[in-house]
Design a protein around this ligand. Structure first.
Ligand code: ATP
Ligand code: MG
Length: 325
C-alpha cells in the first residue's frame, strides 16, 4: 500500500512562484510515489474577509492552476474542502482538545491579525485546528508544505498524539515534508518577509499568471544587497533569494548557478533570471487556459467523492471514540 499525502492551498489572491517552488512543485514530484490528496481550502480562505463572487471564481481558478502544474487525476485526487463537510465537523472536535495558549503561540495568527488580536476573527485564531482536521481526516503520512506551515504541522502532530492518548488510537501522526531549497521564497521587495498572496504590494511577488513584461519589471525592481557577487550568502538575503529562484527554475545545481554568473553584474543576472522565469511560465499559462468550468466541476466532484469516503470513515471512528453517536 502506498503512503498517503495531504496538502492544500487557499483560493485567495494570486498564486506566486513561492507557492509553486515551496509546495506545488513538490506535490507533483511526490504524487506518483504517494496516494495524494490535494485540496482547495476555501474554508480557510474565509478566515479573512472575501468577496463571495470572487471566492467562487478563485476556487475554480485554483483548480485550473493545480491541473496546469500537473496535479490531478489519474495521479492524484483534487477536491474542494467545503465539498467534504467532515473537515468542518472534525474541526469542532479537535477545537475541544486544543488549548488557547498553544493557538496564541502561532506566528501566522500574530502576523495575519496585524497587531490587533482583539479585532481578529475567531476563525483566523482557529485556522490551525481546521488545518489539523484536513490532514488527520485522511490518516496522512506526509504533508508537503512551505516553511511557514512548520509550526501548524507541529500543532497537528500534538493534537493527533493528544487525541490518541485520551480516546485511543484514532489518527496517524503525520510527518512534514519541507523541501531543503525553496521552502521560504522571500518577497522581491523585502527579503526578510516571505512572498505572500496576501501581501498588499504586488511588486513583492511573481504571480504564476503574470505576463512577460510584468515579470521583467518586477525582477528589475527587486531589491538587491550591497556588493557585486552573485552567490548564496546568508548575509546577502536578497541575492540569495533571486539565485534560489534561478536555481530551481533553471534546473541547475547551486554550484552551476554560481559559476554561470561568475564575473557578471546584477543587470545581466536580473535579465537572465527574468528570461528563465518567463520561459517557465509560458507553457504553464497556456495549459491554464485549457480547462473549462464544466470539466473542472466534474473533476472536483469525483475528487470530493473519493476524499469523502476516507474522511467519513475517520470521522465515524472519532465520534465513536469520543462517545458521540
Ligand atoms: P496567504 O498570504 O494568503 O496565506 P500564501 O502565499 O501563504 O497566502 P497559502 O495558500 O497560504 O499561500 O499556502 C499554500 C502553500 O504555499 C503552503 O504549503 C505554503 O507553505 C506555501 N508557501 C506560501 N508562501 C511560500 C513562500 N514564500 N515560499 C515557499 N512556500 C510558500
Ligand atoms: Mg499562507
Amino acid at each position: 500500500m502506498k503512503k498517503r499525502i495531504f496538502s492544500g492551498a487557499q483560493p485567495t489572491g494570486e498564486l506566486h512562484i513561492g507557492n509553486y517552488l515551496g509546495a506545488l512543485k513538490n506535490w507533483v514530484a511526490l504524487q506518483t510515489e504517494y496516494e495524494s490528496f490535494y485540496c482547495i481550502v476555501n474554508l480557510h480562505a474565509i478566515t479573512l474577509p472575501q468577496d463571495p463572487k470572487v471566492l467562487r471564481q478563485k476556487t475554480l481558478d485554483l483548480a485550473r492552476i493545480y491541473l496546469a502544474t500537473g496535479l490531478g487525476p489519474p495521479e492524484s485526487t483534487m477536491f474542494v474542502q467545503s465539498d467534504v463537510p467532515e473537515h468542518a465537523e472534525l474541526t469542532w472536535v479537535l477545537s475541544c482538545i486544543s488549548r488557547m495558549g498553544e493557538l496564541e503561540r502561532m506566528t501566522q495568527f500574530k502576523d495575519k491579525a496585524k497587531g490587533n488580536q482583539e479585532r481578529a476573527g475567531v476563525g483566523l485564531f482557529t485556522y490551525p485546528v481546521l488545518m489539523a482536521a484536513d490532514i488527520l481526516l485522511y490518516q496522512t503520512d506526509l504533508v508537503p508544505v512551505g516553511k511557514d506551515q512548520k509550526q501548524h504541522l507541529e500543532l497537528t502532530r500534538d493534537l493527533a498524539i493528544r487525541f490518541n492518548r485520551d480516546f485511543g488510537e484514532t489518527f496517524k501522526v503525520p510527518e512534514p515534508f519541507i523541501p531543503p531549497v525553496g521552502a521560504n521564497i522571500a518577497s522581491l521587495q523585502d527579503p526578510t518577509k516571505k512572498m505572500s498572496k496576501s501581501d498588499e504590494n504586488p511588486a513583492g511577488s511573481i504571480f504564476l499568471l503574470d505576463d512577460a513584461d510584468t515579470v521583467t519589471k518586477k525582477i528589475k525592481r527587486a531589491v538587491t544587497d550591497s556588493g557585486t557577487e552573485i552567490t548564496f550568502d546568508d548575509g546577502r538575503p536578497a541575492i540569495k533569494n533571486l539565485l534560489t529562484i534561478y536555481q530551481l527554475l533553471s534546473g541547475k545545481s547551486p554550484e552551476e548557478s554560481v559559476a554561470h554568473f561568475d564575473g557578471k553584474g546584477y543587470g545581466q543576472f536580473k535579465g537572465e533570471l527574468a528570461e528563465t522565469v518567463i520561459e517557465f511560465l509560458r507553457p504553464f499559462q497556456a495549459r491554464v487556459k485549457e480547462y473549462d468550468d464544466n470539466s473542472l466541476n466534474e473533476i472536483l466532484k469525483a475528487g470530493a467523492e473519493k476524499a469523502r469516503a476516507i474522511a467519513a470513515e475517520t470521522l465515524r471512528n472519532v465520534y465513536q471514540n469520543v462517545g458521540i453517536r
